[in-house]
Design a protein around this ligand. Structure first.
Ligand SMILES: [Cu+2]
Length: 342
């Protein structure tokens, strides 16, 4: 099992219109199963001495997580894992992008493959679609997905917001890394500067608001879930997250009886996921959703292994949502520790 966190495809569409030079590879790699999304069920030994440091040059904040001691040929289950760390956001304003990389103690490159996943959760805010979850604002796996800036939009933070940083590492390579660091550079716009519009990550899951992973039966299978949008607004675009043997992910507005997006998975001859497409609505001013609309998400797989793959599937449509009335979502706060952690 497992490699990558369920991260956003958001950047996928961000990349597709914000930065034409984005490597296609950055925009697809979602094939790995993972335990990162709501990982309540994993129990790893804890790696000692892993700290989160930050620097701020006035335009961007760089977070540095480490040192990570990564012996060769070590699975994520055998590898001691960093405890969740908390990043206290030092500014009020908007986070504009997330650029992850891995380095060694002297700044040399460390291959992304040793990152199983990293996920950022805003502990102070609920997900606007699933209030039982924290707001999931960034994620990446071994592809070190770069979340490009969407010009004119950002994720609003208040000084002191606590972002929980969940990191899982492993090392399938033959090289040991003694002291690796995960760095995430986050350009931001200070609240005192020219404002940008707030966009919120929207995770629309075939398990509705439950745990994202589910058992994948042999052969053709289809799973659907739904979620109610409580706010008028628009989706800027959507991408998808599935695992191996994926065929298709669809998003419908069941209330409006409209197909929002159909995302056909690209797999290789063995069924390994190569990529999921991205559909943008940004150019037309976004795909409009109305408060009360029921969104239906459906994932189709064709598991050719002949056996059930436990926790082998996910189906998540991920996008950015811009509400008509920003204040309605901006004011959402959650009580600390309402969500159990491992
Ligand atoms: Cu997944």
């Amino acid at each position: 099992m497992g490699k990558v966190s369920c991260f956003l495809t958001t950047l996928l569409f961000a990349a597709s219109f914000a930065s034409a030079q984005e490597k296609p590879h950055d925009m697809d790699h979602m094939q790995h199963s993972h335990d990162g999304f709501m990982q309540g069920h994993m129990h790893h030994a804890v790696a000692k001495g892993v700290l989160l440091a930050q620097s701020d040059d006035g335009q961007q904040i760089t977070l540095r997580i480490g040192p990570l001691h990564l012996p060769a040929h070590t699975s994520h289950m055998k590898m001691p894992q960093p405890a969740d760390l908390v990043w206290k956001v030092p500014i009020s304003g908007w986070l504009l992008a997330y650029h992850p990389k891995l380095v060694d103690a002297s700044g040399g490159a460390v291959p992304g493959i040793v990152l199983h996943h990293v996920a950022f959760w805003n502990e102070d805010r609920p997900d606007f679609l699933c209030a039982n979850k924290e707001e999931h604002i960034f994620g990446a796996g071994s592809e070190l997905t770069d979340w490009a800036e969407i010009p004119g939009f950002g994720y609003r933070v208040e000084q002191g917001d606590k972002i929980r940083v969940e990191t899982m590492v492993h090392n399938p390579t033959a090289t040991s890394y003694d002291a690796a660091y995960l760095e995430v550079t986050i350009p931001y716009r200070d609240a005192g500067g020219a404002p940008v519009k707030s966009a919120y990550p929207a995770w629309m899951d075939v398990t509705s608001c439950g745990h994202s992973g589910y058992d994948l039966p042999a052969g053709l299978s289809e799973k659907s879930g739904d979620v109610i949008v409580k706010y008028d607004g628009a989706l800027l675009g959507v991408g998808g997250h599935m695992h191996d043997f994926a065929k298709q992910l669809t998003l419908e507005d069941a209330t409006q009886k409209a197909a929002v997006a159909t995302l056909d998975a690209k797999v290789d001859e063995k069924g390994q996921l190569i990529s999921m497409p991205v559909k943008t609505f940004f150019e037309q001013g976004g795909y409009k959703l109305a408060a009360g609309d029921q969104l239906k998400i459906t994932a189709t797989y064709d598991n050719t292994t002949g056996k059930t793959l436990p926790d082998g599937a996910m189906g998540i449509v991920v996008g950015y949502f811009v509400p008509v009335d920003d204040a309605a979502i901006a004011r959402l706060r959650r009580k600390p520790a309402a969500i159990a952690k491992n």
